[in-house]
Design a protein around this ligand. Sequence first.
Ligand SMILES: Cc1cc2nc3c(=O)[nH]c(=O)nc-3n(C[C@H](O)[C@H](O)[C@H](O)COP(=O)(O)OP(=O)(O)OC[C@H]3O[C@@H](n4cnc5c(N)ncnc54)[C@H](O)[C@@H]3O)c2cc1C
Length: 322
Amino acid sequence: MELNLTNLQTNQPQSHTKIEDVIVLGAGPAGLSAALYAARAELSPLVLTGMSLGGQASLTHSIENYPGFPDGVGGSELGELFQKQAERFGARYEYDSVTDVDFSKHPFIIKTYSQEFKTRSVIISTGASPNLLNIPGEKSLTGRGVSYCGTCDGWFFKEKKVVVVGGGDSALEEGLFLTRFASSVTVIHRRDQLRAGKILQTRAADNPKMNFIWNSVVKEIQGEAAVTGVVLENVLTGEQSVFPTDGVFVFIGHTPNTEMFRNKVDMDEHGYIFANSKMETSRPGIFAAGEVMDSTFKQVVVSAGMGAAAAIQATRFLEENE
Ligand SMILES: Cc1cc2nc3c(=O)[nH]c(=O)nc-3n(C[C@H](O)[C@H](O)[C@H](O)COP(=O)(O)OP(=O)(O)OC[C@H]3O[C@@H](n4cnc5c(N)ncnc54)[C@H](O)[C@@H]3O)c2cc1C
């Protein structure tokens, strides 16, 4: 890779003169599958990984519904396997995040905090990030009892009381995982029914450490150096109460990481990129795969499949536009 070293002295991004065939943005299941397929097409893809190699999948303890692993597979282990497989065929990784893009001219320009790349095609697979509650106490107590990842932080809550906010698959999966450590896990849900799948609901109901508080929202997280409790509001009666807890795990959905692509490719009002069944966005040569454009399925296998499709289509695009 050729670097423009003069820029090192001026704090300007290092501008690479080489024009890449394909740059994959993101290293979750979609990006790593795209990298594998692009690598096997001998495109030597460059993957800009962002902060998380393996993506959201690497945040969960065990994935039981990815085909080929009848006994389940660790989330981070699956991410490493994806990465190694793509690397074996020539994928390259840069541990950097995209900050801006210019899709108005060809070759396209991708900027990160410290570098600038040129490329003939792009696969956007920057996934999604957890939604925040946006309530008092949340920011100041993040890392001091507030967490968005049970698998990462559960160990710190041995024999402690924790609450899980949310009612979907992630909330129950992570809640069940937390019962390994915590003395009790209380799920706080704004409705009187869960959205999670039936198998998870049954497991949660059967687990003696799991409890539920229905029709309630968290209005505030209390504590100075560490979380001590949450203020709950019953959505039916408006009544408020303090529920003592040592930890708050938040699983209330995700927002696509697409801010830097706004006005560069078409997207819906929630920021999901529009892509057709060939993973083509509104701009020729720019493809999207995974949770950046999928607000419906949100599964590893689906994102991985879309990543593969995007890479196959990018390969065709390059052949047709050589
Ligand atoms: C707790 C939890 C448990 C789950 N359990 C399961 C399960 O059991 N089974 C299942 O099928 N699915 C599960 N999922 C969902 C699954 O993990 C996601 O559907 C899948 O990871 C989405 O893949 P993706 O590649 O589209 O995006 P992501 O996994 O979100 O990956 C996004 C990638 O983009 C990168 N990125 C972000 N911003 C930038 C940037 N600016 N520049 C460069 N890179 C960037 C990130 O670093 C990351 O590498 C779970 C999710 C969570 C959170």
